[in-house]
Design a protein around this ligand. Structure first.
Ligand code: HEC
Ligand code: HEC
Length: 494
């Protein structure tokens, strides 16, 4: 578009220069060839009234008429080309206006019209929706809170056409269909306007890295709090159990006594105990914050040491790997070792790190794989207590299988080893995702691009009225190569 604008401008300037110089040349020759006026000797035709004679005419009147014409002619001669020259700018201006108007309309649909905000959070930061889960025969199981992914990184993982597809068909009934294509209420133009708005709220790479790292930290913390044998962990667990027990009493009371609520019944001993237990947990957490922090840091340090060991082992097997230009080969030789059971000491720890990334809870689970590959993860099925609170002790929890399949396929039992013969091609798939209509691996079907890409994304066919041919948009990666590798090793051992 810019290129076209500048070509038109150049042509315009050249023509203007030719006209201007041509004009000067014309005036020059005109003056030179001019001869003195000889006056009209023509006789008046018999049927014509004599007009004013020269003496009358050649006065200020004529000067005025000629002068006015000259001024008007000059104005026309200058403004027309100028108008033409301004045309590309006007095009650009119109595009910017249309962009702004579409974005504003999209925002209105997001916030008011379709209420995306209610589930996906303000500015697409992620949220949740309360929904009922049922057995396979449709019997009610529980009312749960289901994570709705953040949309402020959406265009890093999907192309705009893939997003339009999702909006048309909805997602698994948890999110209704929005576009007319799937029986929803919105027009194609409105879907495009939503995409314009989503474009305007994408966050940058630094923010993404911070969110992912925070999620990893939380994952490691949760793990250590549950598993560490250190004194601080034992104490935190004891205080936490006491808190859970008191919270449970309050919940049971609120189920049995209509209107029971600790903001009202502040004097009730159950509420007082619950409050004390919550305070005690907070105090214990503050007291042990340093111990916890350093435990998390040293856990991550140990993971890095395992990876380092694998890099060394790969290099020992092939000393050319650290030559310049071989970075990728070294990375994938390392990954192959880390994916193979028994090759590297400490592999288990590395796979645990992979699982933490696979289940990253940051931004409503947006960066996780479990939200699409593990049924139940999106409604915290690992936390039996939250389901119980909703009135069921159903064995649905026993079905919880990491990577067992949900919206995305089952990844267990060596299926990924079969699909991707090398860890390298597996990692490449995670970075790029499944592209609309394209096949992958050994037998991956050409679906609708619903497996997101976690590496950087360049969208070369964006949608909307202001998109010209060749326009493309680029978005940063959601996961680093190092993070993708850990997930790949984890998956290849599921
Ligand atoms: C009733 C709650 C709800 C509303 C309203 C809603 N969504 Fe969703 N949306 C969800 C949930 C939940 C998911 C994830 C479903 C799952 O885990 O299978 C989702 C998934 C998506 C996805 C797929 C993203 C990904 O990374 O997988 C997109 C895109 C999306 N929604 C966009 C929108 C837009 C745009 C609107 C408004 C027009 C909207 N949603 C309204 C609940 C909602
Ligand atoms: C928005 C949902 C979604 C998320 C999030 C997601 N996937 Fe997928 N994944 C899919 C879908 C859908 C497919 C199947 C694509 C197809 O067949 O066209 C798939 C396919 C795959 C496959 C190929 C499996 C096979 O045997 O064909 C692998 C491996 C995979 N995903 C890994 C991951 C990893 C790793 C992550 C996290 C970094 C992840 N997925 C996140 C939806 C998702």
């Amino acid at each position: 578009m810019l290129l076209a604008a500048s070509t038109q401008r150049t042509i315009g300037l050249v023509i203007l220069a030719i006209v201007f110089i041509g004009g000067l040349v014309y005036i020059y020759f005109n003056i030179r060839s001019a001869r003195d006026e000889i006056g009209s000797e023509i006789e008046l035709a018999a049927n014509r009234r004599p007009y004013m004679d020269d003496d009358q005419l050649e006065t200020k009147r004529l000067d005025l008429a000629l002068g006015t014409s000259l001024v008007l002619l000059t104005i026309t001669a200058i403004t027309l080309p100028l108008y033409w020259l301004g045309e590309p700018g006007r095009h650009e201006g119109r595009d910017i206006d249309t962009d702004r108007i579409s974005t504003n309309r999209g925002e209105e649909i997001y916030v008011e019209g379709a209420q995306c905000v209610a589930c996906h959070g303000s500015e697409g930061s992620g949220g949740a929706v309360s929904t009922a889960i049922t057995t396979e025969d449709g019997a009610f199981l529980a009312q749960v809170s289901w994570k709705a992914p953040a949309l402020n990184t959406l265009l890093s993982r999907f192309t705009e056409n893939e997003v339009i597809h999702t909006l048309n068909v909805g997602r698994n009934g948890v999110m209704p269909a929005w576009g007319g294509g799937g029986g929803g209420p919105l027009t194609d133009q409105q879907l495009e306007e939503i995409v314009y708005y989503i474009r305007s709220i994408q966050i940058d790479e630094d923010q993404i890295n911070i969110e992912v790292a925070d999620g990893v930290r939380d994952g490691v913390e949760t793990k250590l709090r549950a598993e560490s044998g250190a004194d601080w962990a034992n104490e935190l667990r004891a205080v936490n159990e006491a808190k859970d027990a008191t919270a449970r009493d309050v919940t049971l009371a609120s189920r049995e006594i209509f209107g029971f609520d600790c903001t009202e019944q502040t004097d009730d001993p159950r509420c007082a105990a619950d409050n004390d237990a919550a305070q005690a947990l907070l105090a214990a957490e503050t007291q042990h914050a340093d111990a916890l922090n350093s435990a998390v840091a040293s856990w991550l340090f140990d993971v890095d040491a395992v990876r380092q060991r694998a890099m060394d082992a790969a290099l020992a097997a092939n000393s050319a790997l650290d030559d310049e230009g071989n970075e990728e080969d070294w990375r994938f030789a390392t990954l192959e070792l880390l994916s193979t059971p028994g090759e590297i000491e400490g592999q288990d720890l590395y796979l645990e790190y992979g699982e933490i990334l696979f289940t990253n809870t940051a931004a409503a689970g947006t960066y996780s794989c479990a939200r699409c590959h593990t049924y139940g993860w999106s409604f915290d099925a690992t936390g039996p207590y939250s389901l119980e609170l909703n009135g069921t002790d159903d064995p649905i929890l026993e079905d919880y299988t990491q990577g067992g399949g949900y919206f995305g396929p089952n990844l267990r039992g060596g299926t990924t080893l079969e699909q991707f013969e090398s860890a390298a091609s597996h990692a490449d798939f995670i970075a790029k995702g499944q592209t609309m209509g394209a096949t992958y691996g050994r037998g991956g079907s050409g679906g609708n691009g619903q497996m997101p890409g976690f590496g950087p994304n360049t969208d070369s066919s964006p949608v909307g009225p202001t998109i010209g041919t060749g326009d493309e948009f680029s978005y940063p990666a959601l996961l680093t190569d190092e993070q993708i590798d850990a997930i790949v090793a984890f998956e290849r051992n599921l």
